[in-house]
Design a protein around this ligand. Structure first.
Ligand code: NAD
Length: 303
């Protein structure tokens, strides 16, 4: 293996330590800590395990965490009223509604009801607009793209003038990370191409990339010969390709693979993220960072 491994698990630890220390300072000076509420409707097992991890992480960094679980048959009006309550709650700096919501509730309507200044997921149209404008306008970059950018910066990869190719145009990964990488500023200032299912000659675009960010959800889509020698390869894909017995717990767990043929790519790339343990751990970490930022904005703390 010649590529340097960019480990999300290690970067997560460093960022969570930084957040914890800032929370301690704010508590000492202002007597408050960031408050995060997670609204979970129903008992979807995947949602429960994700929410449990969020709560654990929020506690670890010293946040006040409210877990608000609602019955599966809650009406849309009652859910909107609940969001309104948290929008007005001074203790709350971040509001998360765990998706998916049951079919009788309009997801878009619910997400758009969150106060954009408490929208720490960064999916509200106001925050999408702020991201597009860039610079000081940005309040809450969406968590997975923010995590990707942080990994590139912390690995010391030059982004200014770099050819960045993003595979995938979703609203949660592809479009926002492409938008972030083309802004002026640290960890950006790149020349960006987005490729997708409508693109001709996908391989030719990928071969040009100094930084290749892949978020397609197709296992082993990117072949080793598509990678420019020395490139930085960020594999966002998380694909369940089978099951195995965990050596740690003895329980059945999913076998996960990325969108890049890691085994072959690691000998060509200069930097590469593993799956699992790469981009995955960054999402909740950046959610914590956005929640901290939300309180810092409120207290006019400039860093
Ligand atoms: P999505 O399905 O919404 O979007 C996938 C995009 O990839 C689409 O825009 C599509 O045009 C493009 N695409 C699909 N197949 C392609 C092909 N053969 N050639 C070119 N383009 C192709 O997916 P998403 O929500 O953006 O997620 C992408 C992957 O990233 C998934 O595996 C998902 O599980 C993973 N993901 C991981 C994290 C994390 O680690 N924290 C967060 C979000 C998504």
């Amino acid at each position: 293996m010649s590529a340097k491994l960019i480990k999300g698990t290690e970067i997560r630890e460093a960022i969570l330590e930084e957040i914890t220390s800032k929370v301690t300072q704010i508590k000492k000076k202002h007597g408050v800590v960031p408050g995060l509420v997670t609204i979970l409707v129903g008992e979807n097992p995947a949602s429960i395990s994700y929410v449990t991890l969020k709560i654990k992480t929020a506690h670890r960094v010293g946040f006040e965490e409210i877990q608000d679980t609602q019955p599966i048959d809650i009406s849309e009006a009652d859910l909107l009223a609940l969001i309104d309550k948290y929008n007005k709650d001074e203790r709350i700096n971040g509001i998360l509604v765990q998706l998916p919501l049951p079919k009788h509730i309009n997801e878009k309507k619910v997400l758009n009801a969150i106060d954009p200044d408490k929208d720490v997921d960064g999916f509200h149209p106001v925050n999408v607009g702020r991201l597009m404008i860039g610079g000081d306008e940005i309040k809450f970059p969406p968590c997975t793209p923010a995590g990707i950018q942080e990994m590139i910066v912390r690995a010391g990869v030059e982004t200014k003038g770099a050819e960045v190719v993003v595979v995938g145009r979703s609203n949660i990964v592809g479009k926002p990370i492409a938008n972030m990488m083309l802004q002026k500023g640290v960890g950006a200032n790149s020349t960006v191409t987005i490729v997708h299912t409508g693109t001709k000659n996908l391989d030719e675009h990928c071969k040009r990339a100094d930084i290749l960010i892949v978020a397609a959800g197709v296992p082993n889509l990117v072949k080793p010969e598509w990678i420019k020698p020395g490139a930085c390869v960020i594999d966002v894909g998380v694909n369940r390709v089978g099951e195995k017995i965990s050596e740690k717990t003895g329980k059945k767990i999913a076998v996960l693979k990325g969108d890049v043929d890691f085994e072959a790519a690691k000998d060509i790339a200069g930097y590469i993220t593993p799956v699992p343990g790469g981009v995955g751990p960054m999402t909740i970490t950046m959610l914590m960072l956005n929640t901290l930022k939300s309180l810092q904005f409120k207290l006019n703390i400039v860093e």
